[in-house]
Design a binder for this molecule. Structure first.
Ligand code: PMV
Length: 374
């Protein structure tokens, strides 16, 4: 009988790093040169929804992203598919009278449909949500029994930051032991661990100002490679700066110390962009918006720098940090307020000083499940 189909649908949120991952020590296994820490967003907002289906009537693995077919031949997809298939187990669906033996998975093909409810590849970690969701839904479909940490090491091979999206709340991606040659461990010790769940500090409000939904010009893969090869600052950062910051950030999260959390997050974002400038040729993720449609329509260029300036002034005026900012490999601003009161004020000020144009968005997210702006 060839007419049956079995499906699983899953949703994964994206995550925003507050201590950044930038630079790989192994490009195939995607092993980083430093630990990183992120906050996973509320799954009701920026997320990927993926349906994976298996049927004996499918004759090849195929995938559609936002309704368009994409190739699965790249090594990242192949690694994830191979790793999950090798851990597949028997699956039985009594109602439909389906029984798939463990060894059958090697010969069965998959159809995968994935949707992002936010701009793809615009520095909003779309690949993080995407690969986390792919790995999770495939693991469910194939009855893979590995714990979440092990699954994170598989998602990592799709996109580094994806390993952190397998957990909610505050997540650390431990780089793994550099002294072991990667072939010995296969990178299995480079996994994500949850530092605290989403209820631990649910006063925090995360606001994402989508400055541009255009795709970034330098992919993170190329950018990281060039930084590793040419930026002395990156090597200083990964050895001398990040290890201390990771400990301080873990403490700030544990004790819900917003002052320390904000100053570490801002400093780390700024250092990451300094590394980009220290790369040859330099990478400009923050002010390359001049040819783009800009959210903050009164400012045609460099609005990110003005946002930073504005936030720094506000924080200094109040004598302690009110708002943290962080920018990934794209122009969109991620602002983190300590509570809903400050978040409301922040949104009012943003709308006042940087009024959005018609094709822009200003979204807010709260850890947990409450939203200020709909
Ligand atoms: O996982 P990638 O290849 O999309 O790299 C993400 C890099 C940053 O977003 C800039 C930082 C991070 O830690 O997420």
């Amino acid at each position: 009988k060839k007419d049956w189909i079995l499906m699983v649908t899953a949703q994964s949120p994206t995550n925003i790093a507050v201590i950044k991952y930038w630079g790989k020590r192994d490009e195939t296994l995607i092993l980083p040169i430093n630990d990183s820490i992120s906050v996973t967003l509320d799954p009701n907002h920026l997320c990927t929804t993926t349906t994976v289906a298996v049927s004996p009537s499918f004759d090849s693995d195929q995938m559609w992203l936002n309704g368009k077919e994409i190739s699965l031949s790249g090594s990242r997809y192949q690694s994830c598919l191979r790793e999950i298939r090798s851990r597949a187990n028997d699956v039985e669906d009594e109602e439909k009278g389906i029984f798939i033996k463990k060894e059958d998975w090697e010969n069965l093909h998959l159809h995968i449909a994935s949707f992002n409810n936010f701009p793809t590849a615009a520095g909003l970690a779309s690949s993080a949500a995407g690969f986390a969701c792919l790995v999770y839904s495939l693991a469910k479909l194939m009855n893979v029994k590995e714990e979440q940490g092990k699954l994170s090491a598989i998602a990592r091979q799709g996109s580094g930051s994806a390993c952190r999206s397998l957990f909610g709340g505050f997540v650390k991606w431990a780089m793994g032991n550099v002294r072991l040659i990667s072939k010995d461990t296969n990178g299995s010790d480079s996994i994500a661990v949850q530092l605290a769940n989403e209820m631990h500090w649910d006063d925090l409000v995360i606001i994402i100002a989508v400055v541009s939904s255009r795709q970034k010009e330098t992919s993170s893969t190329t950018g990281m490679r060039e930084s590793v090869e040419t930026s002395p600052l990156l090597h200083y950062r990964s050895k001398e700066v990040v290890p201390k910051r990771i400990l301080q950030m873990e403490e700030a999260i544990k004790t819900r110390d917003f002052t320390s959390f904000a100053s570490l997050a801002c400093a780390d974002s700024n250092q990451f962009h300094a590394v980009c400038l220290d790369t040859s040729p330099p990478i400009f993720y923050m002010n390359d918006t001049s040819h783009r449609q800009v959210l903050f329509s009164c400012l045609q260029d460099g609005s990110q720098l003005l946002i930073i300036n504005y936030m720094e002034k506000w924080n200094r005026f109040e004598a302690m940090p009110q708002v943290a900012y962080t920018f990934d490999a794209g122009p969109n601003a991620v602002l983190i307020a300590p509570n809903r009161k400050v978040a409301t004020l922040l949104i009012q000020r943003l709308l006042f000083y940087f009024p959005p144009s018609s094709d822009t968005e200003l979204s807010s997210f709260v850890l947990g499940d409450k939203s200020i702006l709909k």
